[in-house]
Design a protein around this ligand. Structure first.
Ligand SMILES: C[S@@+](CC[C@H](N)C(=O)[O-])C[C@H]1O[C@@H](n2cnc3c(N)ncnc32)[C@H](O)[C@@H]1O
Length: 693
């Protein structure tokens, strides 16, 4: 067998020359040279355009290779598309799926190579294993100190079809996007694989199979890097059979020396798990006329479209992102900027979001009162009263800071009739009311204290001033109008609302580019939820993205998506595997593996990823439950957008509003979809919401 690390690596496996069974050494075509870049020398066979095997990743690509652990929770899956490594999609690493994109990025596109180029490459390029140092301890292999390994999937090895030999079968339902196996690999340098003696070159090959190539391992190797090395998966990985429409995808990790396998589609119990070895492969069972065997390979060969026929079968659907970008191509940068930054108010029919908040816009606030103790004293005693209050205050901060401390009891003296001037000094004996303490924080022996204070003494031999209770505004006024109305009760300070805060509080709307982006993310998360529902999970999903920053983002430069996850309570049996929890978990995996894409929000230079979801935006198909709302708060998200309310269970507006609880140390904004649900978001499987475990 030949598993190809990408589908450009073509080969033929032909067991017609033997009747010893599919795994016999003789079961593969004698003339097959899997790692030869330019060989097509078999007359009468299907074309074997053996293209250049994938190159080893560059240092940069290595850095981008996802950790295998991270793949485990990266849920997005576009079944067949992901099964076939895709060099044609430049967007793969951005919005499509940060992790999957990264997994592709380690593999360079194929190219035809001349003999001269090959020579040059042989001299300089990647070599595995590196030549041992003279005093190298024989037998020491340069594998990494630790190798990830995972086999936890419900699978069994069985022979159900003798023509295929052993295969891997699901013993229970497996959802799409699950890593089912991570196999370490054993790398066989070219000379060892081909059984070359020291000093022998490939030009000396006489066509006779030697070395490992002559053994039955030949049916189990795949190309590793570009130097002719081959690798064997040491684990279940070597037992996946080939299919033209596989349900398992794989990715090579050149730095970890592993190959990981992940379901590209959901798999039913009893179904075989298959991978795609490459185009134009053929095994025994295909008759001389190339009649289709049941794995569809002969059919694939019959259509010469350069993709072994699979191109047509797996033609990717039109890319919505390309279509979206096409609408801006005729706009100048300035026209685009104006269009993008046009603020769409919440009253606009295109604005389908409602802010989930119980907080009042302070500008709409009604007057609320608090009780205070006050005294009426002559103006000349104001200063001693202020000193008295300072001395006996139990609080560090001034609870009455938003109020004027003094209110004149009589109207101020009229201006002089002749000159029109106001008297410079107030009458020192004019009575005025002075606030002492809020009722709740006054000293208990206030009367006594006052009588014994310099104020009481100054009023002797008369009685000390009588203390009374008065209702005063509980908060500062936010407008001049409020100040004048509330001032009738007690003179109050005005703290004008800041412009930025005003925009948020008044729900002024969003830039058009942001509005469109938010809605697109919401539709994507809804689609994912519906997809999860079709796979037998609760139809709930969560998508985590970078947050919109108007000074940076635009229709062309969109925030990056980090992960999408769906609810997996049913498939895992874990009642806490809610979509939001899975998404947070997946982000943590990204960070653990160093695979978080550089975020615009924090700048690509940021040394370390921020704590969990700090500053990120979360899209949920449904309002999060209390637990998830609290987890999102704990993760420090910036904004949450959800499509459907979860009455009686939701923690972001329904049962409780975790996001604006004054007792917690983080707040985030929450928006709820108010758009039509017909034929789109809010309709369908997502309605069968069961939030409680
Ligand atoms: C990596 S092994 C797979 C496990 C193998 N069936 C076994 O029993 O060890 C590859 C070999 O399996 C067989 N094989 C895999 N996919 C096949 C297919 N679609 N049709 C026929 N034979 C297949 C071929 O003999 C091939 O050389």
């Amino acid at each position: 067998m030949h598993q190809s690390p990408n589908d450009h690596d073509r080969f033929i496996i032909d067991s017609r020359k033997t009747d010893l069974g599919p795994n016999s050494p003789a079961n593969t075509s004698e003339s097959h040279h899997p790692h030869r870049a330019d060989v097509d020398h078999r007359a009468g066979e299907h074309p074997t355009v053996l293209q250049q095997p994938p190159g080893p990743p560059s240092a940069k690509a290595h850095a981008q290779l996802p950790s295998i652990a991270a793949l485990a929770l990266n849920g997005d899956s576009d079944p067949v598309e992901r099964s076939l490594p895709d060099h044609s999609s430049p967007t793969a690493a951005t919005d499509a799926d940060a992790l999957d994109g990264a997994s592709c990025s380690g593999v360079e596109p194929p190219h035809k190579e001349s003999a001269a180029q090959r020579k040059q490459r042989d001299a300089h390029a990647y070599s595995y294993p590196p030549p041992p140092a003279a005093d190298d301890d024989a037998g020491t292999l340069p594998y990494p100190p630790t190798t990830p390994h995972l086999t936890r999937a419900p699978i069994e090895i069985a022979t159900r079809d003798p023509a295929l030999g052993r295969g891997v079968y699901a013993t229970s339902y497996i959802p799409a996007g699950k890593v089912i196996e991570i196999s370490p690999v054993l790398v066989l340098p070219e000379a060892e694989y081909k059984g070359r003696r020291p000093g022998e070159h490939d030009d000396d090959d006489d066509g006779t199979l030697k070395g490992v190539e002559a053994s039955q391992l030949r049916g189990y190797v795949f190309t590793w890097g570009r130097d002719g090395s081959m690798a064997v998966a040491l684990g279940i990985g070597s037992l996946f059979n080939h299919s033209a429409s596989p349900n398992v995808t794989y990715s090579l990790d050149y730095s970890q020396y592993t190959i990981s396998y992940r379901t590209a589609k959901s798999v039913r119990q009893g179904e075989e798990l298959t991978i795609f070895y490459g185009h134009n492969v053929r095994f025994s069972g295909t008759d001389d006329n190339g009649a289709a065997d049941d794995n569809g390979l002969a059919e694939a060969d019959a259509i010469d479209d350069g993709w072994g026929g699979l191109g047509e079968l797996d033609a990717p659907p039109p890319d919505p992102e390309t279509e979206r970008l096409a609408q801006f191509k005729d706009l100048s940068p300035e026209e685009l900027r104006v269009r993008d930054n046009d603020v769409v108010p919440p009253t606009d029919p295109d604005f389908h979001w409602k802010k989930v908040t119980e907080l009042l816009d302070p500008e709409d606030a009604e007057l609320t009162l608090m009780s205070c103790y006050a005294i009426d004293i002559p103006a000349r005693l104001s200063s001693p009263v202020f000193q008295f209050v300072r001395k006996h205050s139990s609080r560090k901060f001034n609870e009455l800071g938003h109020l004027k401390r003094v209110r004149p009891l009589q109207p101020r003296a009229e201006p002089d009739e002749e000159t029109g001037e106001h008297p410079h000094r107030a009458d020192p004996d004019q009575l005025q009311s002075v606030l002492l303490f809020p009722v709740g924080s006054a000293p208990p022996d206030l009367e006594d204290l006052l009588a014994r204070s310099p104020i009481g003494k100054a009023l002797e031999p008369g009685p000390p001033p009588s203390i009374y209770t008065v209702g005063v505004p509980a908060a500062a006024a936010r407008t001049d109008k409020q100040a004048s109305e509330w001032g009738q009760v007690w003179p109050v300070q005005v703290v004008h609302v800041r412009e930025g805060a005003k925009a948020i509080m008044r729900k002024k709307g969003w830039e058009r580019a942001k509005l469109e982006w938010v809605e697109r993310q919401a539709r994507k998360v809804w689609e994912r939820a519906e997809d999860a529902g079709r796979r037998g999970e609760h139809a709930i999903a969560c998508r985590v993205t970078d947050s919109w920053d108007a000074s940076f983002h635009s229709s062309l430069n969109q925030p990056i998506k980090l992960v999408t996850a769906h609810d997996t309570r049913l498939s895992t049996g874990n009642v806490l595997s809610h979509a939001a929890a899975n998404a947070i978990d997946a982000v943590a995996y990204l960070d653990m593996s160093g695979s978080r894409p550089p975020l615009s929000y924090f700048g690509p230079e940021a040394a370390d990823p921020p704590y969990l979801l700090t500053g990120l935006s979360v899209f949920l198909s449904h309002e999060p439950c209390l637990l998830c709302a609290m987890s999102l708060l704990h993760s420090r998200i910036k904004a949450l957008y959800y499509i459907k309310r979860a009455p009686g269970a939701g923690g972001a507006g329904s049962l409780y509003s975790v996001h604006e609880d004054g007792g917690l140390n983080h707040r985030f904004e929450v928006w709820e979809w108010t758009g039509p649900s017909d034929g789109g978001m809010g309709k369908g499987r997502g309605e069968e919401l069961r939030l409680d475990p």
